[in-house]
Design a protein. Sequence first.
Length: 649
Amino acid sequence: MKKATPAHLHSIGPLFRLVGMLCGVCFIVGIPVAMAVTTVWYAEKIVPGVRLAQYPVGGKSKEYSEDLLREYSDRLQSDGALFRYDKKVVPLYPQSIPFGSDSPVNTQAPLFGLDNEKTLLSLFSVGRDGSIIQQQRDRLTAVLFSKKLDPALTLDSDRLIASLKKEFSFFHSPAHNADFAFDTQGALTIKPESSGIEFDYGRALQDLTSAMSALTAPNITLVQKIARPEITQSDLEDTRRQAEQILARAPLTVTRDESNQNSQKGEWRIPREEIITWFLPARSSMGAVLLSLDSEKIHTYLAAHIAPDVFVPVHRPRFEMNNGKVVAFELAKNGQSLDSEKTAQSIIVSLLAATPLPVSVTIKEEKSSPVDAPETNFAITDLLTANETSFAGSPPNRRKNIARGAELINGLLVAPKEEFSLVKALGSIDKQNGFLPELVIKGNETKPEFGGGLCQVSTTLFRAVSYAGLSVLERRNHSYRVSYYEPPVGFDATIYDPAPDFRLKNDTPNYLLIQSSVKGSSIRIELWGTNDGRRVEIDKPTVYNIKKAGETKIIETPDLPPGEKKCTERAHNGADAFFERRIFYTDGTIKKETYKSHYIVWPAVCLVGQALDAVPEQQPVVPITSEPVPTITPQENAPPPDTLNGSAP
């Protein structure tokens, strides 16, 4: 017998069902609404819960994370990564520190650092990749459990290890592979291998990577280890016959191609004493040792002994105008250079072949843009713009380099639609081309590098091109603010051979003529062509994020007498700057461009001669393994390295 249901429950049942339906509707509708609101709210922000190393960046803009990364990169460039062993501490920097803010600095890829662009892309992609469901799942996971990302890094392992080996050479004696040599009678012999002591560079790179991934200051203690040779005397015995066959072909004769009559010499002879240095024994994947030739050493030899004999420089077309008339003219001439890659390959094939093969140099033609006679179709009638900058107070070498740079580009023609490279127009930045050296600090040494001051030429040209409304293809600001170019801030362009370059494109319908001259302490660049009616507006640069320079950076160097001090110019603040350029064309179109510049803090840098008692002393032997410590021939006038454990002072 069924129990009767109370009457009041009959009336509540429909209410429960109604509430349930409403909750279901809210759930079904609410989730998409919440998703839509979240998507809109965080459209320009990193999703909540995301961390960059130890820093929470969820809910922040890209600009916030970009500033965070830039701040760390600037600090890394300013303070460097510290590597230490015993009492010696060496700072290494992502890029060389200039002795002066406008000194030439090689801007090749940094030794180490952050890849800011790749890091920002990773941060912003969280919760935005994949399907809608996957995106929401990733966002929910980040909120509930946090999502930690490490910054993307750049690391040039080979260059960094080479720098460490140079700085800490006193403390290690590398292992030496067995090698071929000539005895006193000129016969082929084999020098035996030897073990050594070196630093664990792989561990040092891991420590550096860990510090940068955590966005902390790298402070790394080097640790020594026993170094074992890879190639032994018995290994080379198996390749002795091949080595003798190669040397039997010496001296190797390299001839000029008969079709090429521009070379100063017809043939070159490479002696056996040189060829033996090219031997490169290496162990194959199967364990056998094979004898090959070192292409890098061959390239070095070709650059020193053959390339100068076949080189013919390119002559760009140039002429000068005075009062609307051509007063000087020079046609374009093609040049030539050695194809080092193909010539080296030809040498290798000949030496390793079963029978000798003839070797001839391979020449590359370097083309210049052809130009007709000056009275035909240049149509150069108008001064498009002129710009002048001052280099008052510059040292003598800088002044001479500026004058030489102005001379080299004076009178150059740029054809319609042609791209112009300032680095190529200047040619080789060396003594032979008329340039003088200035000092650059690299590690704890000062090195003379040629071309200091050429950025005065590139900056002046950049400003002239900007006001003429011409197309700028490549421009890079200096790493540091340079007093010669201010005011305005952020209107400079740095160059270095081979990069960065300053490049422009002649997007006018007629030829462009560059006129450059130096008078007193000023350089003036004029751009002549045909006025096509374009008009240019350039805003005054906006300067922000100004950061004060820190204390003077003191770098000890063996290049100065002990205690002697040599300082750079005054320190410069860091800053960011930007300006907008607008070009108004006659067809009504308007082209807007924003030029941004970021300058890191540049403290004054002083070199101080290293004291005689600064040479580090070594400690008693503390082996790191149970293996016997190898016997090492000590360096001249130096105690043998016998410490195997690195420790912080």
